[in-house]
Design a protein around this ligand. Structure first.
Ligand code: CP
Ligand code: NVA
Length: 315
């Protein structure tokens, strides 16, 4: 088992390792239930390890969950932002990667262009983890899969509905569909298209990925309903886009088309009243705060996998 595996997309791990990550997260979460949040897990498998986190975009959940995750694994984290590091003054990604790779054990990067995390991974010599790019958000989806499984829904054969914008979170969900053998119906306006690279791969793996402009058709019978902001970081809050997406709001009517015991997921931050109505966001089917908490447990599995220390890994 190698200890230098970057996690730029879910396919870097593959379906078996993702399943192992979910199981490990469930076990670790249960094992430390009585511990204060800042105390290390009993086995502290990353004692002595340091994670560097680079943020070129805002973050609350990813930043705090990685920090707490690495502490719970017995290690420490440090944060660089482009405003105060030499990255902001033009030092290259390659040089930054080579320096950090000499100083820390793993690097998490949140940035805009996906090629930047690829460049970092090529030069770092230590695992690089994608903490969100304009293209994908794989760490979020490990937490989402964990949340779905915890709520009693096995992934193979699951029917998942995505409503709204076609964005980074959706791309990683499509990727997950192929890897974990579930189907996905995407309700999105005309002219909005999922990233073909992820859709083609999921379809090749045998998943049914349907794109429809009919929001109710997308939601019909779904086990899980997911949405995200209509305006991702770096995008303009354009009135025309909001108007196009308004029919795709996840509200009570839309949830009533889904399965009776469907759960609602949102990676957060939410814009209640836009992509989701308040009654759904605050309602009994919403598991968004379980999902947010699960970012910690998911990050722990991702870190362990990247460093070759995921105990239950089967592939
Ligand atoms: N869901 C998510 O990645 O949240 P942050 O932007 O707060 O990290
Ligand atoms: N699609 C959102 C996700 C935020 C966690 C964005 O990129 O801003």
């Amino acid at each position: 088992m190698t200890g230098n595996r970057s996690f730029l997309d879910l396919a870097d791990a593959g379906g078996n390792a993702l399943a192992a990550m979910i199981h490990d997260a469930i076990d670790r979460k249960a094992a430390r239930r009585a511990l204060p949040k800042g105390q290390a897990d009993y086995d502290a498998p990353l004692a002595g390890h340091v994670l560097a986190m680079i943020f070129e975009k805002n973050s609350t959940r990813t930043r705090v969950s990685f920090d707490i995750a690495v502490r719970q694994l017995g290690g420490t984290a440090l944060i660089l932002d482009s405003g105060t590091s030499q990255l902001g003054r033009g030092e290259t990604i390659a040089d930054t990667a080579r320096v950090l790779g000499r100083m820390v054990d793993a690097i998490m990067v949140r940035t805009d262009d996906h090629s930047k995390v690829e460049e970092m991974a090529r030069h770092a010599g230590v695992p690089v983890i994608n903490g969100l790019t304009d293209q994908s958000h794989p760490c979020q989806i490990v937490a989402d899969l964990l949340t779905i499984v915890e709520h009693g829904k096995p992934l193979p054969g699951l029917q998942l509905a995505w409503l709204g914008d076609c964005n980074n979170v959706m791309n990683s969900l499509v990727e997950a569909a192929g890897l974990m053998k579930f189907d996905m119906r995407i309700g999105t306006p005309a002219g909005y298209v999922p990233d073909a690279q992820y859709v083609d791969e999921a379809r090749r793996a045998g998943s049914t990925i349907t794109v429809t402009q009919d929001a109710l058709e997308a939601a019909r019978g779904a086990d899980v309903v997911v949405t995200d902001t209509w305006v991702s970081m770096g995008q303009e809050h354009a009135a025309a886009k909001i108007a196009e997406l308004t029919p795709y709001q996840v509200n009570a009517d839309l949830m009533s088309a889904a399965s009776r015991d469907a759960v609602f997921l949102h990676c957060l931050p939410a814009h209640v009243g836009e992509e989701v109505s308040e009654d759904v966001f605050e309602g009994p089917q919403s598991v968004v705060f379980d999902e947010a908490e699960n970012r910690i447990h998911a990050q722990k599995s991702i870190l362990l996998w990247s460093l070759g220390k995921l105990g239950t890994e089967s592939g």
